[in-house]
Ligand binder design. Structure first.
Ligand SMILES: Cc1cc2nc3c(=O)[nH]c(=O)nc-3n(C[C@H](O)[C@H](O)[C@H](O)COP(=O)(O)O)c2cc1C
Ligand code: SF4
Length: 558
């Protein structure tokens, strides 16, 4: 009885009505009323009725089985929810990962449009976490110089004078050929660097001659043997190119540390296969760990090999900090082998990616400011800070973002998503679907057409230049001459409604050589004891559980 009444329930009402109308129209048609006013609605309602019946018998979507036809509205609304939120509901400070305000800043600077704001800040300056730069009573004049930093320690024979604001690693594969071309045009025009990402050194990187940082990940793309291991000959052949200014070993990135990657076979086009040195149409795997080394000492030896094969170019590595003792193990390996990288790029947990599991993007890895300051202090603690330059990446968009990380130890900054916005990215967050609406992150040839290379190359150049100019204004307002002079003493953070702390308190600095002399700083003491140059794992004798206390990374034995 209940089953017989089912078509009359509210849940099935729409389907029942559609079927009823279809039947009435069918009879009308049979009775000879075969005008288009009957036939077209008949076709429409018959299709709807068939969809509704299919909804009831399909087994994938429970909600469709219970609410045939009606539940499709839910799916449609789910689909357009991000757009509705972005276009109608989002305020200037809303929107993640980047607020509307931040995105607008990039678009305005990229288009050379007015980038000023009227009427005062929209930030709540009394909210916990609010941060500011202290200005000087005697500001300096704004300098026009482009702010550069020389990268290359004593073992490097070809130091590179880098801009302090560069394009972070993003692979050809994650980005479209047109996006790579436009980024490199901007880099060439503005004399800043463009990092290839781990997807290899492609023809699109080469076309326009902008400075390249060649990144080598665990897949050794563009320099691998058939079995996927590192090929020294191929590496040397590319690395000696005059366009490549530095070579970078990638250990991890903040958005997915410890996670490898797979580019599905369907996306491995002939071009991607040729660039990476992998078979076309076959899943292309980046393992989660390197095969070229397995201990900190071997890692330093590999760095020395890369430097030698590149003809003495600055050689470094990129990572997001995880277990502190592992980075300290690398420091011990530097001391033991006397091989030092020329640079280290610290990526923050908050960094971006083309695709990663939610658990990794949300909860693995150390945020940039803590990670950077930890690396900066560790190098001070082993007396190596003056020979290793530090790069930083992680949601760096504005001049204030640059100034703040330079105060915490960075010598230069990289931005990935900032430059994606300059390319026209609208933060639709469908990079992993190959359906990028702006042609930035798709391999679909038709969608790529949306990105007009000369126009976007100009925008990349404009964004970088306007940001560095804004930084020059901050430097002057703080009474300084160069952004490298920013120090923790220049920044403050409200930590509670009634308390403000200087960065000097929040991020205390080690004294030179303090780790070598035996530190009692609780952020480092236990981890330093646990670190071994011979293995990444913690030393068993010191392997007591530790608890990480923020802020300031105190490592307190539990
Ligand atoms: C689309 C995309 C692709 C990326 N590909 C790489 C990569 O190949 N290698 C790498 O080290 N980092 C990669 N990253 C991470 C960035 O280089 C950068 O470290 C991180 O996104 C932080 O910068 P952001 O906050 O400015 O985006 C990628 C990021 C994005 C958004
Ligand atoms: S527009 Fe959307 S899909 Fe394209 S790069 Fe930006 S976030 Fe990714």
């Amino acid at each position: 009885m209940q089953a017989l009444l089912l078509p009359l329930t509210a849940r099935f009402f729409v389907l029942t009505s559609v079927v009823a109308i279809a039947v009435i129209l069918l009879f009308a048609d049979l009775d000879g009323y075969s005008s288009i006013y009957v036939v077209i609605p008949l076709i429409l309602f018959t299709v709807l009725a068939l969809i509704g019946i299919h909804d009831i018998i399909q087994t994938r979507h429970a909600v469709l089985r219970n609410y045939p036809l009606m539940a499709h509205i839910r799916f449609i609304l789910e689909e357009i929810r991000p757009e509705i939120r972005q276009y109608f509901l989002e305020s200037e400070k809303d929107g993640t990962p980047f607020s509307r305000d931040k995105r607008a800043l990039v678009y305005q600077r990229a288009k050379k449009a007015l980038d000023k704001r009227p009427f005062g800040t929209q930030n709540d300056v009394y909210a916990s976490g609010y941060e500011w730069l202290d200005h000087s009573m005697a500001p300096k004049s704004v300098v026009k110089e482009p702010f550069r930093v020389v990268i290359g320690g004593p073992d490097c024979s070809k130091p590179y004078s880098a801009s302090i604001f560069n394009i972070s690693a993003m692979s050809f594969g994650a980005l479209s050929p047109n996006a790579i071309r436009a980024l490199n045009i901007g880099a060439k025009k503005g004399d800043f660097a463009h990092d290839t990402g781990e997807g290899g050194y492609s023809p699109y990187h080469r076309e326009n001659g902008g400075d390249i940082i060649w990144e080598i990940g665990s897949g050794y793309f563009s320099c691998r043997k058939a079995d996927g291991t590192f090929c020294a000959e191929k590496f040397a052949a590319h690395a000696k190119s005059g366009q490549i200014k530095m070579v970078e070993l990638k250990l991890s990135q903040g958005a997915k540390p410890g996670h490898g990657g797979v580019l599905p076979g369907a996306k491995v086009s002939a071009e991607i296969a040729a660039t990476r040195g992998v078979p076309e149409g076959v899943d292309c795997i980046s393992p989660s760990r390197h095969s070229a080394f397995s201990t900190p000492i071997e890692m330093m030896q590999f760095i020395a090999t890369m430097r030698k094969l590149s003809g003495g170019k600055p050689t470094g590595f990129k990572l997001c900090i995880g277990h502190p003792w592992e980075f300290l193990a690398v420091c011990k390996a530097m001391l033991e082998t006397e091989i030092y990288p020329d640079f280290i790029v610290v990526d923050g947990k908050e960094g971006g990616t083309g695709a990663a599991p939610l658990e990794f993007t949300d909860h693995l890895g150390m945020p940039l400011r803590e990670g950077l300051n930890f690396v900066h202090n560790a190098l001070i603690g082993i007396n190596a800070r003056d020979r290793i330059k530090l790069g930083a990446a992680g949601k760096i968009i504005s001049a204030f973002d640059i100034a703040r990380v330079m105060a915490l130890g960075a010598d230069w900054c990289n931005s990935a998503r900032g430059f994606m916005f300059a390319l026209g990215c609208i933060q639709s967050q469908s990079c992993h679907t190959d359906k990028c609406p702006t042609g930035v992150s798709t391999q679909d040839k038709v969608r790529q057409r949306a990105l007009v290379v000369p126009d976007k190359g100009e925008r990349v150049f404009n964004f970088q230049r306007a940001t560095v100019e804004a930084l020059a204004e901050l430097v002057a307002a703080a009474g300084l001459d160069h952004p490298t002079q920013f120090s923790p003493a220049h920044f403050s953070r409200r930590v509670s409604p009634n308390e403000v702390k200087s960065f000097t308190e929040l991020y205390p600095t080690l004294t030179p050589g303090e780790l070598l002399a035996g530190t009692s700083d609780r952020r480092f003491e236990t981890s330093w004891a646990m670190a071994s140059a011979k293995e990444f794992r913690a030393l068993p004798r010191a392997a007591s559980p530790v608890r990480l206390k923020a802020p300031g990374l105190s490592l307190i034995p539990a």
